[in-house]
Design a binder for this molecule. Sequence first.
Ligand code: NAD
Length: 476
Amino acid sequence: MSNYPALHLLVGGEQISGDGRDSEDVINPATGEILGRLVHANAADLDRALEGAEKGFREWRKTPADKRAAILTKAAGLIKERAGEIAHHLTLEQGKPLGEAKGETIYAAMLLEFYAGECKRLYGRTLVRPEGSRVEVQYHPVGPVAGFAPWNFPTLNVMRKIGGALAAGCSVIVKPSEETPASGIAIVQALLDAGVPGDAVQCVFGVPDQVSRHLLGSQIIRKLTFTGSTAVGKHLAKLAAEDLKINTMELGGHGPVLVFNDSDVDQALDTMAATKYRNAGQVCVSPTRFLIEEGVFEKFRDGFVERAKALKVGNGMEDGTQMGPMANSRGVDGIQEKIGDAVEKGAKLMTGGERIGNQGFFHQPTVLSEVPTDAQIMNEEPFGPVAILNPMSSEDAMIEEANRLPYGLAAYAWTSDPTRRRRLAAEVEAGMLAINTGGVSAVDAPFGGVKWSGYGSEDGREGVMACMVPKAIHEG
Ligand code: NAD
């Protein structure tokens, strides 16, 4: 037995399960085993959650900032204490190696700690006029928030939906992915255990389209925050627009990596190969299009292939596993289709390319080189363990290719030239640019994209301000 917890909704602080509600199986992507049965919220549950969110908002917004900060800090401590157990459930339901699952969960707790500190720094400003009148600019929580989180980072994504909203004084109803429910439930439970009122943070599951239509159809919800694909993001933004709700949209990407002749190629290889195959490439900020200046192309390609071949793929619960299965069969099918299309159009398959075995959803770490621009994979987010390595003739051509797609989430560059860094910072169209590093995330820095990768930021001060609205008080 897998030691997987019982699953439930959390509405008004109450654990709800069964009673004739619809339900679905949760699958272990490494084994295909059914881990548990997840109950869906019915319409009455969602209405109850909405009424609760309104009450919870009134209560939580009036909770003094230092008390909110203390409760959120306590919740972060509980998540850290429970990180081993939460990570175990996360790996069972999502597949990533246990160490990555634990690291993600600790990072989610650190993000909450940061947000707790921000509660006490939500300042307004006063405009004092020479003639004596003044304007006070205040910031207020926008109201109840609906958050929809995907399955690729089951604890961190849920925290990104909840943390900024609670710090701002909003209540929040979160719908984690139905594919990774235990991780989301554990995060919400820690907040409840620390003292967040049961109406201020609630957790529901169901058929995503039904739940989002129900919650966004209510005027109680004043903000939508979504992480997922661009297609779903556009659909939800339209639903939210019906009621002029504000949005944060963290959507797909297609991360370019610009590797210049003057870079430290060995360091770039070690960092970017690990970054590429983290979470089997199912990461919105995953490096995907490697644009390599011709002078270092062969060295980079050969080194990358060597590292991809050396990766140990296996069940995330086993020691030494560096890459787990993909999280679901859709992912494997999608990646197979894109690799087949690229090879048919003339790309070279340097390593990988196949699914592994017939149990679970494993796929080989794959490298394609010299992939033509009209291949599907050059235009659509791969969201899997595939790297595209293409030789490029100049900085201008690399920047042009980086900016060619409508996406603009994360971009990466490797160069030792300081003036080039400044040019890249100015010209690469992305919400986040990593230069000589593989990291684009920090709890105190904004995380988000431009163009089809979305708008609004999570993390950093921006993540809290995205849940607040200004009010100007004019005094004569
Ligand atoms: P998908 O578009 O079907 O779903 C993505 C996420 O959105 C899932 O968590 C799903 O539960 C949710 N969702 C779908 N329809 C919804 C609706 N109507 N209302 C509310 N939530 C809804 O895709 P998928 O097969 O699960 O994932 C593959 C694609 O999704 C990837 O190619 C990638 O572009 C994107 N994705 C992005 C991120 C990210 O971190 N930005 C995370 C996961 C998936």
